[in-house]
Design a protein around this ligand. Structure first.
Ligand code: G6P
Length: 613
């Protein structure tokens, strides 16, 4: 959470910073601010979105060729003007932007106040500016870089930091521990950002900072070292993403664009991996660890949010196709439980961003305890993708809408390919079965396309009837239980309607009490082997006058007859059903949120990348 940008070069820094912050707004949008140096330190910041900041920069004529900027997701201190970044040292010479949390800020603040420092905000970040200035101005023979190192050694917590000091008018100082930061290397200009999206239109050369590293950057060069002052030579990576991928391409929202991209993103995810002719699945990223996956005593999947839901689908897939026992953990719970994991276990971490702090912590814990850790990530170069022993990228392209859509389907495709490849190697699925699955998997992009074309209008109409429903219940069984959870999450996230996902049979043990003629109940009734049981559950809802919206296979007239509204989708094998059933649910939540006038791409209080625990 929180996005950081920095620029030094010949361009107008304000323009580069604002453009970059707009691209990073998915990481937080409580407030935004910049510090620009031009003989003096100019600060513009305030509550609200980057567009407000942009107006302020323009109105106040902030000019200069070097600066840092920030878009905030509030942790310490309410989102108001004072708590907006950048934060300044007492003299006003040093400005700091920060992504992360300083855990020992209360004790540090107390000591700094005792020593005469005055604070103007409630943030943990201001500590950094104040402590840094104190160390720099009161210690003898300490360079500014050394003062940063000494400051960071006193800090407990996580940070991605960009710092400017008016004494060094051509330099930006950056450091990283736990929050992502990268450096874009241009021609006589340098960029700093939390991810590649602000940089991609200027340069495709990037250097990823690792934990415990810092850099001093000017327009011509950069110098990376550890915070213990050991000089490092870093690899320069080439970015593969294009500018088109991070624009809206005519869609009103990124979320809608990303929903409609799914036929392509699913196909991209399978490209070069699924071979129907030869009946094979090749996953280059995990080829070297395939033996370990095949022989795993069990697989522990750790993830958060939507990625956790795809992990639940993965559990069904691995147990069914590869006969490997699977446990799915909330990453945030895993590490605090003294987890029983070690050699012979495989941990699979799933993360769109590859930066989620809890998932990263689970990964590190499992590694420490001797498990082989594999990753499924979307963002190439992300921390999780670099720290796992091996992994498979989802290749869904940049996902910018805060509510995850195409990343979910791509994760499920990767899990499907992994489970199939493991099952084929283990011999838990025959060649003939494998051929049927592989053929069916290759048809999924076209079926998703068909759903988008045939159901969109219908769902839009249905959404207008349920726009003001205060509650929703989502029910699914087997492979579609995780989809029920995901459908409910999508609705909650972007429309702020209370929604619960439940295994259909569990409804009897509580949620059934909520059902009356006001309650829309979305039933995902598209898995053949649970069809009869699902019909019984639908009858139970009908008996209490609940309003049934069903997602069902086109030929399932029984379900259709029992539903007030039904969305019919093409059929597939049960285990691939989530890849199809989730699509109407994404659209339903999208249209309801739009009807309610909600900010679909940037829902309140949420952030796309949660880099705090
Ligand atoms: C946040 C996002 C969700 C996402 C979750 C996990 O809560 O708003 O959309 O599913 O983080 O993110 P990850 O990047 O690890 O998949």
């Amino acid at each position: 959470m929180c996005g950081i940008v920095g620029y030094v070069g010949d361009r107008e820094a304000g323009e580069v910073l604002v453009k970059g912050l707009k691209r990073l707004e998915y990481r937080g949008y409580d407030s935004a601010g910049v510090a620009i140096m031009n003989g003096r330190m100019s600060i513009q910041k305030g509550k609200g979105k980057v567009v407000n900041l942009e107006k302020g920069i323009f109105a106040n004529g902030l000019k200069g060729h070097i600066g840092i900027g920030h878009t905030r997701w509030a942790t310490h201190g309410e989102p108001n003007d004072v708590n907006s970044h950048p934060h300044m040292s007492q003299s006003g010479n040093i400005a700091v932007v920060h992504n992360g949390i300083i855990e020992n800020y209360t004790s540090l603040k107390k000591k700094l106040i005792e020593r005469g420092r005055t604070f103007s905000s409630q943030t943990d970040t201001e500590i950094i500016a104040q402590l840094l200035e104190e160390i720099y101005t009161t210690s003898k023979d300490v360079t500014f870089e050394q003062a940063i190192q000494l400051t960071l050694k006193q800090i407990v917590g996580t940070y991605g930091l960009a710092i400017v000091n008016i004494e060094f008018p051509d330099k930006i100082f950056i450091a990283r521990k736990g929050s992502p930061l990268l450096l874009g290397v241009g021609e006589n200009e340098m960029f700093i950002a939390s991810d590649a999206s602000p940089i991609v239109e200027y340069t495709n050369k990037v250097v990823y900072l690792d934990d415990g590293e810092m850099a001093v950057v000017d327009k011509y060069s950069y110098e990376v070292k550890t915070i213990d002052d050991i000089a490092l030579t870093k690899e320069v990576h080439e970015l593969a993403i294009s500018i088109d991928a991070i624009e809206k391409a005519g869609y009103p929202h990124f979320m809608l664009k990303e929903i409609f991209e799914q036929p392509r993103s699913i196909a991209d995810c399978m490209r070069g991996r699924v071979n129907v002719k030869e009946n094979t699945i090749q996953l280059g990223g995990i080829a070297d660890v395939m033996e370990e996956l095949v022989n795993a005593k069990r697989i522990v999947i750790a993830a958060c949010g939507t990625s956790w839901h795809s992990g639940l689908v993965g559990e069904y897939l691995f147990e069914h196709l590869a006969k490997t026992p699977v446990e799915v953990e909330y990453a945030s719970e895993f590490r605090y439980r003294d987890p029983l994991i070690g050699e012979g276990d495989v941990m699979l971490v799933i993360s769109q961003s590859g930066e989620t702090a809890d998932t990263l912590a689970a990964l590190r814990e499992a590694k420490k305890r001797g498990a082989k850790v594999l990753g499924i990530c979307n963002v190439v170069g992300s921390t999780i993708s670099r720290e796992t022993d091996a992994g498979v990228f989802t290749h869904a392209g940049p996902e910018i809408g805060v509510a995850s859509t195409k990343a979910f389907t791509a994760q499920v495709v990767v899990l499907t390919m992994m489970a199939l490849a493991t099952g084929m190697k283990k011999g838990t699925i025959s060649k003939k079965e494998a051929a049927r699955y592989i053929k069916e998997l290759s048809l999924i992009p076209d079926k998703v396309d068909q759903i988008l074309k045939e159901c969109d209008e219908n769902i839009k109409k249905m959404a207008s009837l349920f726009t003001y429903a205060p509650n929703f219940l989502y029910l699914g069984r087997s492979y579609n239980f995780p989809v029920a959870l995901e459908g409910a999450l999508k609705l909650k996230e972007i429309s702020y309607i209370h929604a619960e996902g439940y295994p259909a049979a569990e409804m009897k043990h509580g949620p059934i009490a909520l059902i009356d003629e006001m309650m829309p109940v979305v039933v995902i009734a598209a898995t053949d082997h649970t069809n009869d049981k699902m019909i019984s559950n639908i009858e139970e809802v009908r008996a209490r006058k609940g309003r049934i919206i069903s997602i069902m296979n086109s030929e399932n007239s029984d379900v259709k007859d029992l539903s007030e509204f039904s969305i019919s989708i093409p059929s597939t094998v049960d285990c691939f059903s989530p890849l199809l059933t989730v699509i109407p649910l994404q659209l339903l939540s999208y249209y309801i949120a739009v009807n309610r006038g909600c900010n679909v791409d940037q829902p309140r209080n949420l952030a796309k990348s949660v880099t705090v625990e």
